[in-house]
Design a protein around this ligand. Structure first.
Ligand SMILES: Cc1ncc(COP(=O)(O)O)c(C=O)c1O
Length: 385
């Protein structure tokens, strides 16, 4: 298979071979149902218990605070809809740059008697203090602000936003899918600050697709999205995907071990990438704010992002235009729109997200290929003009 250099780790990550090894028995001879009262079942239950400990340890939570789900999308839906079911309809406030799996459920609530408030962000993609205070003054019931944005990598100061939400009487949640594995996350400290629940996903940290968790304060009341046999303390019924959960646990263990090194290596690589991009006249989005160490989101003058991503793919580099989940959507990114980026520039947006397998050669090769591709595209527009 033609295998372009992979520079799209915010979309998903390659599975860590050690994770795959840990998963393998649970896809073959260890096939028990964790609810069964015989050795096959008990073995599966023990494996899930161990994974729960590993996930909890990676984010400074207690194992009883972990609810396994099919991924980040489900965990976000579980919080938004599950918490809403316990309250009389009121205000649900989410930042204007949330991932669709927070935004769409909030919009669903708005079709069922709730009022949706989108909290504005500034030009660098950070929640605007004035906007946040104004929304909190309306006494929202639920507030969700992501820890790190999937497109820009920009971090929100969740530890400062949560106490304000608590003071206003709101239940605060954060989508930490992108932050997890790239920067430290301490649920104990965040929970003390007023974060009631936090979302994780396995496939962004070298784990399998289809596993994630809602890490939650046990005082939080949630209505399950999936009711049935009462799995996951009744919050998520369905026979557990043991292999995926084991893989998630293993990925957490390995991600926690390499976190400090990953952060340093990725930010050095990203520095080299951005120096090169700036020399080419690129505009970097959110670069004035604290960001994840691996993410660069940029636009080059008079270059369409979708076209550029297609050309780079053919030339051997896998990157994203806008959010991976909405790449089929030609509309400019809602994140860049919320940041006030002019639509022409936003249509040029390309995201490079580095990961554990990347090195200097990948970055230099990418910059060289980008330069050639852009020259070619400019040549084509000059011919058309
Ligand atoms: C910020 C953010 N939240 C949630 C998700 C969804 O996670 P999953 O793919 O596990 O459903 C993603 C995936 O791209 C994401 O980037």
């Amino acid at each position: 298979m033609f295998a372009p250099v992979y520079l799209d780790h915010n979309a998903t990550t390659p599975i860590d071979p050690r994770v795959l090894e840990r998963m393998r028995p649970w896809l073959s001879e260890q096939f028990g149902n964790a609810s069964s009262r015989h050795e096959y079942g008990r073995a599966a239950r023990r494996a899930i218990d161990e994974a729960r400990e590993q996930v909890a340890a990676a984010v400074g939570a207690h194992s009883t605070e972990i609810v396994f789900t099919s991924g980040g999308s489900e965990a976000n839906n579980l919080f938004i809809k599950g918490a809403a079911a316990w309250y009389r309809p009121g205000i649900v406030a989410v930042s204007a740059i949330e991932h669709p799996c927070v935004m769409r459920p909030a919009e669903q609530l708005a079709r069922h008697g709730w009022t949706l408030r989108r909290i504005g962000v500034g030009a660098e993609g950070r929640v605007q203090a004035g906007d946040y205070s104004a929304v909190l003054a309306e006494k929202p019931v639920l507030v969700s602000v992501m820890a790190a944005n999937n497109e820009t990598g920009v971090l929100q100061d969740v530890a400062s936003l949560a106490p304000e939400a608590r003071k206003a009487g709101a239940v605060f949640h954060t989508d930490a899918v992108q932050a997890f594995g790239k920067i430290p996350i301490d649920f104990r400290a965040l929970n003390a600050a007023g974060v009631y629940a936090l979302t994780l996903s396995a496939h962004k940290i070298g784990g399998p697709k289809g596993a994630g968790a809602l890490v939650m304060d046990k005082r939080l009341e949630l209505e399950p999205l999936i009711a049935g046999g009462g799995h996951e303390r009744g919050l998520r019924s369905g026979t557990e995907n043991v292999a995926a959960i084991v893989g998630f646990g293993a990925a957490c263990e390995f991600a926690a071990e390499r976190l400090a090194v990953t952060q340093r290596q990725l930010s050095d690589l990203r520095g080299a990438l951005e120096d090169g991009l700036l020399r080419m006249g690129a505009m970097l989005f959110g670069s004035g704010a604290l960001r994840l160490p691996n993410t660069t989101y940029f636009s080059l003058p008079n270059i369409d992002g979708e076209t550029l991503v297609g050309q780079l793919d053919r030339a051997g580099y896998a990157v994203a235009s806008g959010a991976a989940c909405s790449s089929a959507n030609p509309e400019p990114s809602h994140v860049l729109r919320a940041m006030g980026i002019e639509p022409g520039l936003a249509r040029g947006a390309v995201r490079v997200s580095l990961g554990a397998g990347n090195n200097d050669k990948h970055v230099q090769g990418f910059l060289d290929t980008l330069r050639e591709t852009v020259a070619k595209l400019h040549g084509m527009t000059a011919l058309v003009a």
